[in-house]
Design a protein around this ligand. Structure first.
Ligand SMILES: [Zn+2]
Length: 408
């Protein structure tokens, strides 16, 4: 046999081997095992559940591994009603185009709503892209643009008495946390331009100013779940894959490069002005030198502004709430130039809560002055939530250890 023939025979054998190998592997992954999901909305490109009704199941109970906290089980029923109401709101808002059915947990629901133990939350949340801090988060398992299944994890919230409660932080008129998290499972991401929009992130805190789902989200849902029959536009929305990046909210303490800084007071009553100035004098006494210089002409470096309500406030990680509520007490806005603080607006909101109190130092003004001086985190008792008792408070030493550290 010639050399050339040997190569040809070898080539044929190798080819046959490859064909056998191909047939073997092709047959060993039969497609019947993974049936293709039948998509009822094949004409829409946006991410969607494959059919209607979208099924859900709720289970807010979980195993306690250790008794580390006390959960007020009493609130669980109310919270489950909130979640059901949230599904109803989405259904009603879309005129029934999107509709849901509650099923048992074992029936492979499209959306599973679960309660999560506060102790394991940190671990799980670290692996999630879109998380809403202490309130909850959503996970979505999608195959291309079809949502295979999804879960919402909700957390009981720690109350001031150190217990955990399912009802704390509820917005009774509109169950914001639940509507927000359910919309995450549809693929809607966060928006950052207004705290009054349902998809504003919940991690900076919560206000109950939101009372409806944005018209744009409703129109988009109607378009998707009518398979494009109802006219709608999803293009301006932040839908997965997200184009708007998650914003990192500023939470670090800062120090002014030079003191004293100029300050002004805007829209405040006579009593309010006296109290703000009193808080400043208490601050300076303890600081040991002049920190704030009053100027008539707004805006200055620090501006204390009294406001009637929080409707226009863009809340952040540095928003302070009235103790035990989700209504804004003090909201700081911080502007930086080249990494240095250049301007601070301290918005005192719902100031009339303290209006009838005698003119004396309250924690409320003190907290505003601390925020203006650079404290963004909580240290001692006087940097915690202000209460509407507007009580007189002594300044705490842990707070002052931090201020001295910032200005050493
Ligand atoms: Zn969110």
């Amino acid at each position: 046999m010639k050399h050339k023939d040997k190569y040809i025979i070898f080539g044929i054998i190798a080819l046959l081997f490859l064909v056998i190998l191909f047939i073997f592997f092709y047959n060993s992954s039969p497609q019947e095992v993974k049936p293709r999901i039948e998509d009822k909305f094949p004409d829409v490109e946006e991410m969607h559940f494959s059919k209607l009704p979208i099924t859900y199941s709720i289970n807010l109970s979980f195993e306690k591994t250790r008794v580390e906290y006390f959960i007020q089980e009493a609130g669980r029923y109310e919270r489950i009603q909130d979640i059901k109401k949230a599904f109803q709101i989405i259904e009603d808002s879309t005129d029934g185009v999107v509709y849901f059915e509650e099923v048992n947990e074992g029936e492979n629901p499209d959306i599973m709503i679960k309660g999560l133990s506060p102790t394991i939350f940190e671990v799980v949340a670290a692996t999630v892209n879109v998380s809403d801090s202490i309130w909850g988060f959503a996970l979505r398992n999608n195959v291309s643009n079809i949502i295979a299944n999804s879960s919402v994890y909700l957390l009981p919230i720690q109350t001031y008495s150190d217990e955990y409660s399912w009802v704390y932080g509820r917005c009774t008129n509109f169950p914001l946390i639940d509507v927000h998290e359910i919309l995450h499972t549809f693929g809607f991401g966060h928006v950052f331009d207004s705290s009054n929009r349902v998809m504003f992130p919940l991690y900076p805190g919560l206000t109950c100013n939101v009372l409806e789902i944005d018209e744009k989200i409703i129109n988009c849902l109607k378009k998707i779940y009518s398979n494009g029959q109802i006219e709608g536009d999803c293009s301006e929305l932040n839908i997965y894959p997200y184009e708007i990046e998650e914003q990192k909210l500023f939470t670090d303490d800062f120090a002014w490069k030079e003191i004293p800084v100029n300050y002004s007071i805007l829209n405040c009553s006579k009593n309010e002005i006296v109290r703000i100035n009193y808080a400043i004098s208490v601050f300076e006494d303890r600081f040991g030198r002049k920190f704030f210089n009053y100027r008539e002409n707004y805006p200055t470096q620090v501006n204390f502004i009294c406001k009637e309500d929080a409707k226009e406030e863009l809340i952040s990680a540095n928003t302070h709430y009235w103790k035990g509520t989700t209504s804004v007490a003090i909201n700081g806005e911080y502007m930086f130039v080249n990494g240095n603080i250049s301007r601070v607006d301290i918005n005192f909101v719902f100031y009339e809560k303290c209006a009838n109190k005698p003119v004396e130092l309250t924690q409320y003004e003190m907290l505003g002055v601390y925020s203006a001086s650079g404290l963004q985190r909580t240290y001692g008792g006087d940097t915690y939530f202000p209460s509407s008792e507007c009580n007189l408070l002594t300044t705490s030493s842990t707070t002052w250890d931090r201020i001295r550290e910032l200005y050493s």
